[in-house]
Design a binder for this molecule. Structure first.
Ligand code: ZN
Length: 102
Protein backbone atom coordinates (compact mmCIF):
# COMPACT_ATOMS: atom_id res chain seq x y z
CA UNK A 1 0.00 0.00 0.00
CA UNK A 2 1.28 3.44 -0.87
CA UNK A 3 1.71 5.70 2.11
CA UNK A 4 2.82 9.24 2.73
CA UNK A 5 4.14 10.99 5.79
CA UNK A 6 2.89 14.35 7.03
CA UNK A 7 5.82 16.74 6.58
CA UNK A 8 4.90 18.65 9.73
CA UNK A 9 4.03 16.08 12.41
CA UNK A 10 5.40 12.91 10.81
CA UNK A 11 2.05 11.06 10.97
CA UNK A 12 1.76 8.19 8.50
CA UNK A 13 -1.01 8.69 5.93
CA UNK A 14 -2.44 5.71 4.02
CA UNK A 15 -3.38 6.66 0.49
CA UNK A 16 -6.73 4.86 0.62
CA UNK A 17 -7.82 5.75 4.15
CA UNK A 18 -6.57 9.23 5.03
CA UNK A 19 -7.18 12.62 3.50
CA UNK A 20 -3.90 14.15 2.46
CA UNK A 21 -3.30 17.77 1.59
CA UNK A 22 -0.55 19.02 -0.70
CA UNK A 23 1.07 22.43 -0.29
CA UNK A 24 2.98 23.84 -3.21
CA UNK A 25 4.90 27.03 -2.58
CA UNK A 26 6.46 29.08 -5.33
CA UNK A 27 8.91 31.81 -4.36
CA UNK A 28 10.40 34.13 -6.91
CA UNK A 29 12.03 37.53 -7.10
CA UNK A 30 9.60 40.21 -8.20
CA UNK A 31 10.89 42.47 -10.92
CA UNK A 32 8.98 45.65 -11.47
CA UNK A 33 9.35 47.37 -14.83
CA UNK A 34 12.15 49.91 -14.70
CA UNK A 35 11.78 53.44 -15.85
CA UNK A 36 14.63 54.22 -18.21
CA UNK A 37 15.73 57.83 -18.42
CA UNK A 38 17.82 59.38 -21.17
CA UNK A 39 20.82 59.59 -18.82
CA UNK A 40 20.66 55.80 -18.27
CA UNK A 41 21.05 55.24 -22.01
CA UNK A 42 24.04 57.58 -22.21
CA UNK A 43 25.80 55.86 -19.33
CA UNK A 44 28.31 53.07 -20.05
CA UNK A 45 27.24 50.06 -17.96
CA UNK A 46 30.38 47.97 -18.67
CA UNK A 47 32.01 48.52 -15.26
CA UNK A 48 28.74 47.85 -13.46
CA UNK A 49 28.18 44.58 -15.35
CA UNK A 50 31.75 43.41 -14.74
CA UNK A 51 31.40 44.15 -11.03
CA UNK A 52 28.12 42.20 -10.91
CA UNK A 53 29.67 39.20 -12.71
CA UNK A 54 32.66 39.35 -10.35
CA UNK A 55 30.33 39.25 -7.33
CA UNK A 56 28.46 36.27 -8.83
CA UNK A 57 31.68 34.28 -9.38
CA UNK A 58 32.28 34.25 -5.63
CA UNK A 59 28.78 32.98 -4.89
CA UNK A 60 27.42 29.46 -4.63
CA UNK A 61 25.37 28.52 -7.73
CA UNK A 62 22.56 27.03 -5.65
CA UNK A 63 22.29 30.16 -3.50
CA UNK A 64 22.04 32.30 -6.62
CA UNK A 65 19.28 30.09 -8.06
CA UNK A 66 17.37 30.15 -4.77
CA UNK A 67 17.40 33.95 -4.82
CA UNK A 68 15.62 33.95 -8.17
CA UNK A 69 13.22 30.99 -8.06
CA UNK A 70 12.40 28.24 -5.59
CA UNK A 71 9.51 25.80 -5.18
CA UNK A 72 8.51 23.62 -2.25
CA UNK A 73 6.05 20.73 -2.03
CA UNK A 74 4.75 19.26 1.22
CA UNK A 75 2.20 16.61 2.25
CA UNK A 76 0.05 17.37 5.29
CA UNK A 77 -2.40 15.44 7.43
CA UNK A 78 -5.84 17.03 8.04
CA UNK A 79 -4.82 18.43 11.47
CA UNK A 80 -1.65 20.09 10.18
CA UNK A 81 -3.53 21.33 7.12
CA UNK A 82 -6.04 23.12 9.36
CA UNK A 83 -3.23 24.66 11.42
CA UNK A 84 -1.33 25.67 8.27
CA UNK A 85 -4.33 27.51 6.81
CA UNK A 86 -4.62 29.61 9.97
CA UNK A 87 -1.02 30.80 9.75
CA UNK A 88 0.62 29.94 6.39
CA UNK A 89 3.59 32.27 6.93
CA UNK A 90 4.33 31.06 10.45
CA UNK A 91 3.75 34.53 11.90
CA UNK A 92 2.79 33.12 15.29
CA UNK A 93 6.10 31.27 15.58
CA UNK A 94 8.04 34.39 14.50
CA UNK A 95 6.33 36.54 17.10
CA UNK A 96 6.95 33.97 19.83
CA UNK A 97 10.65 33.82 18.87
CA UNK A 98 10.95 37.61 18.90
CA UNK A 99 9.38 37.92 22.31
CA UNK A 100 11.58 35.09 23.54
CA UNK A 101 14.70 37.08 22.65
CA UNK A 102 13.77 39.96 24.93
ZN1 ZN B 1 0.48 16.38 10.46
Amino acid sequence: MIHFTCDLCGKRLEQAADTRYVIKIEVYAAYDPLEIAAEDLERDPTDEIEELLGDMEDRDAEDLENEVYKTFRFDLCPECHAAYLKDPLGRGARLRTRFGEN
